[in-house]
Ligand binder design. Structure first.
Ligand SMILES: NC(=O)c1ccc[n+]([C@@H]2O[C@H](COP(=O)([O-])OP(=O)(O)OC[C@H]3O[C@@H](n4cnc5c(N)ncnc54)[C@H](OP(=O)(O)O)[C@@H]3O)[C@@H](O)[C@H]2O)c1
Length: 219
């Protein structure tokens, strides 16, 4: 059975590239979520035009979460909790893959640890046991995702407390053209999220757009 993945806040920088890659893989039905139906449909139509097929639908975030088998959250940290509350009802019994990085503008290249330990831990605390939350894709630049014809030179570190949920995220990483790696429990998400600020600083200092990470030593 082909699973349906909803990209909540999928109208920004990071979400569309993920949606495009998952739709292109032929392994998922894809929904773009937004606060506005019209915006969701517009971005879905733009992506479908690039794909040359109508593979992606647009919906408001709560409907997208309810219609999907699993959801991926790509919103700024400032919108994290309000967005989670808006989709909570539709997530019961499902997996949420949280891409949110707790950046604190203007110092986005400085690692910030939020009060709940990590954005992912805050999501899990809010949603409770009814939703299995996993951290993934925080270190993948939108610039690379958008270029869907090319593989991405970046590993996806996946953190969470549920093995099956982590396996789903690893499968999604592979479908998007990357290697997904089990990076341990949800407690470790703080490191993966923090790495993004390190990469943003490297982008600035070395004048590049999409520094990424690779784990070496694996067979
Ligand atoms: N951009 C990257 O290269 C990158 C890389 C790795 C990780 N990330 C992380 O991924 C997440 C998304 O990044 P992004 O660059 O895609 O963000 P973004 O473009 O600024 O925002 C994504 C979407 O979030 C929704 N949103 C924005 N402000 C909101 C608010 N106040 N309340 C509710 N929804 C709001 C908007 O959707 P609607 O208006 O359609 O509702 C927007 O299109 C962030 O946490 C970021 O740190 C980004």
């Amino acid at each position: 059975m082909t699973k349906t993945v909803a990209v909540i806040g999928g109208t920004g920088n990071e979400g569309p590239g993920l949606a495009l890659r998952w739709a292109k893989s032929g392994r998922y039905h894809v929904i773009i979520g937004s606060r506005q139906q019209e915006k969701a449909e517009r971005v879905a139509a733009e992506l479908n035009a690039r794909l040359g097929q109508d593979l992606i639908r647009g919906m408001v975030n709560p409907e997208a979460a309810a219609a999907a088998d699993l959801a991926v959250l790509t919103v700024p940290y400032s919108a994290h909790i309000p967005t989670l509350k808006s989709i909570q009802a539709g997530l019961t019994g499902k997996i949420l893959i949280d891409v949110t990085v707790p950046l604190q503008p203007p110092k986005v290249s400085h690692v910030y640890t939020p009060p709940g330990g990590s954005a992912t831990a805050e999501a899990q605390d809010l949603l409770g046991d009814a939703v299995r939350v996993v951290a993934a894709f925080q270190n993948v630049s939108a610039t690379h995702l958008d270029d869907a014809d090319h593989p991405i030179d970046c590993d996806v570190l996946v953190c969470g407390d549920d093995k099956e949920a982590k396996a789903e995220a690893i499968t999604l990483a592979e479908a998007a053209g990357m290697r997904g790696l089990d990076a341990g429990p949800l407690q470790n998400a703080v490191m993966v999220e923090g790495l993004t600020s390190v990469l943003i600083g490297i982008n600035i200092r070395y004048k590049v757009k999409g520094a990424g990470i690779r784990i070496t030593g694996l067979k």
